[in-house]
Ligand binder design. Structure first.
Ligand SMILES: *[C@@H]1O[C@H](CO)[C@@H](O)[C@H](O)[C@H]1NC(C)=O
Ligand SMILES: *[C@@H]1O[C@H](CO)[C@@H](O)[C@H](O)[C@H]1NC(C)=O
Ligand SMILES: *[C@@H]1O[C@H](CO)[C@@H](O)[C@H](O)[C@H]1NC(C)=O
Ligand SMILES: *[C@@H]1O[C@H](CO)[C@@H](O)[C@H](O)[C@H]1NC(C)=O
Ligand SMILES: *[C@@H]1O[C@H](CO)[C@@H](O)[C@H](O)[C@H]1NC(C)=O
Ligand SMILES: *[C@@H]1O[C@H](CO)[C@@H](O)[C@H](O)[C@H]1NC(C)=O
Ligand SMILES: *[C@@H]1O[C@H](CO)[C@@H](O)[C@H](O)[C@H]1NC(C)=O
Length: 359
């Protein structure tokens, strides 16, 4: 062990030992998060993207501590925060760019994880470009590769590989690819699904090749039921988009089975946002929701900002704005994927995935 690595090596070993011995409160030593606005905790605040894919203004954040708009597309914490909270942290690790801006603590902080997710981005490189967003999933993984370089520089390759193999990698992407395909009036065809899936496979393989082993994948919700989509069908869901999301779920499940049989020591868990959301919409009161069609902030066509209309009881709404779930919905999804049964998370739940000891 080269001497220059010592402090970091010890730090990583300690965090892994603490997790293994259940002394600390966290289930994994670090969490790395990739995807779109459902996971974004402020990435877009640092990017010259269009206003439509920003959320660093009120009413966003109205239920966040100090009612602070943070860039989360939510009234409070989002799904990334809520899952990571169940792993024993306070909330999601900060955005890569927030960490980079705080250079004195960058090296220490990246050892606990990084959030790369960016609103408006998708699986395809081209998704998001209309909003001037270049942070596609591929680009996020490129940034992760530089972070891995930074960790390796600090800790040496062995400790870096150990850290990554024990860490959780959360990925949630694909909805924006569908929305943009619809916007360009191109069909949600089998070819499009194949293209999305093969690109997704390449991305997941890249993460594996960089050292990721535990993949927590969240699939596309019934996107045709979000308020903006409903506005094209007299407040009913768009069936085409939903059918595509259903096929995407099936294909992703098959893809993950294949990848885990090809890549040694790869473990995964697939969170079925599609099924869960349909279940909620089928019986909203059972989940405490009274409004599953309308946005709480703004409406189907206007964005959520300070001049938009705001609902009274935010916890009774499935949707915060025309695209995104409320914090209440995020809590429900996180609880279901983390500790739920086989029904909406397979083959194991996120908590079981986190506890797998990969050697
Ligand atoms: C997509 O972007 C990534 C990251 O910028 C790049 O590595 C990859 O080659 C691109 N793929 C295609 C098909 O353009
Ligand atoms: C992280 O790695 C990149 C690429 O090697 C390098 O440019 C950057 O300076 C590193 N950052 C820190 C804080 O070490
Ligand atoms: C609109 O909603 C109705 C009722 O759910 C459904 O039967 C129809 O297929 C939907 N139209 C489209 C274009 O999705
Ligand atoms: C998805 O898979 C389920 C169970 O394997 C099957 O019942 C369903 O028909 C599939 N749906 C599509 C759209 O392929
Ligand atoms: C983890 O993955 C390996 C193969 O990659 C598999 O044998 C094992 O059963 C998985 N563990 C769990 C708990 O799913
Ligand atoms: C809020 O958004 C609407 C468009 O939906 C816009 O007309 C209005 O100026 C925005 N208000 C603020 C304070 O940015
Ligand atoms: C899901 O996680 C919980 C721990 O939170 C565990 O007790 C339970 O057995 C798991 N359920 C399944 C079906 O794996």
């Amino acid at each position: 062990m080269a001497k220059k690595y010592t402090w970091c090596f010890l730090l990583v070993l300690m965090s892994i030992a603490i997790v293994a011995a259940h002394i600390g409160e966290t289930a994994v030593p670090a969490v790395f998060i990739f995807g779109d606005s459902t996971m974004d905790v402020g990435t877009n605040n640092f990017l010259p993207v269009s206003q439509e894919i920003k959320a660093d203004f009120y009413y966003n954040g109205i239920d966040y501590p100090f009612s602070e708009p943070t860039g989360r597309f939510s009234n409070g914490y989002n799904t990334a925060d809520r899952i990571v909270k169940l792993l024993g942290y306070k909330k999601s690790p900060p955005s890569f760019f927030a960490l980079l801006n705080d250079s004195p603590t960058f090296k220490r902080n990246i050892l606990e994880g990084v959030n790369f997710a960016s609103g408006g981005s998708g699986i395809l490189n081209t998704t998001g470009l209309v909003y001037n967003n270049f942070m596609s999933l591929g680009e996020q993984i490129n940034l992760f590769a530089t972070v891995l370089g930074n960790i390796t520089e600090l800790c040496g390759p062995a400790a870096a590989a150990t850290l990554l193999s024990k860490s959780l990698f959360i990925v949630s992407s694909g909805s924006n690819d569908i929305l943009e395909q619809q916007r360009s009036r191109a069909p949600l065809s089998p070819d499009f699904l194949d293209n999305l899936q093969s690109t997704y496979a390449d991305h997941l393989r890249s993460l594996y090749n960089l050292g990721a082993r535990k993949f927590a994948i969240i699939t596309i919700p019934p996107i045709g039921c979000c308020p903006v989509e409903r506005s094209y069908n007299g407040s009913e869901c768009l069936q085409g988009a939903n059918e595509f999301a259903r096929q995407f779920y099936n294909a992703t499940e098959t893809l993950l089975q294949q990848l885990s049989s090809q890549l040694s020591a790869m473990n995964y868990s697939i969170g079925n946002s599609f099924g869960l959301t349909l279940d909620i919409m089928g019986n909203p009161l059972a989940f405490g929701f009274k409004e599953i069609r309308k946005a709480c902030c703004g409406d189907a066509t206007t964005m959520c900002n300070q001049t938009a209309s705001l609902c009274q009881n935010r916890d009774e709404y499935l949707f915060w704005d025309r695209f995104h779930p409320t914090q209440k919905t995020a809590v429900l999804a996180a609880l279901t994927f983390f500790g739920g049964s086989h029904r909406f998370v397979k083959p194991v739940n996120f908590s079981t995935l986190a506890a797998i000891n990969i050697v």
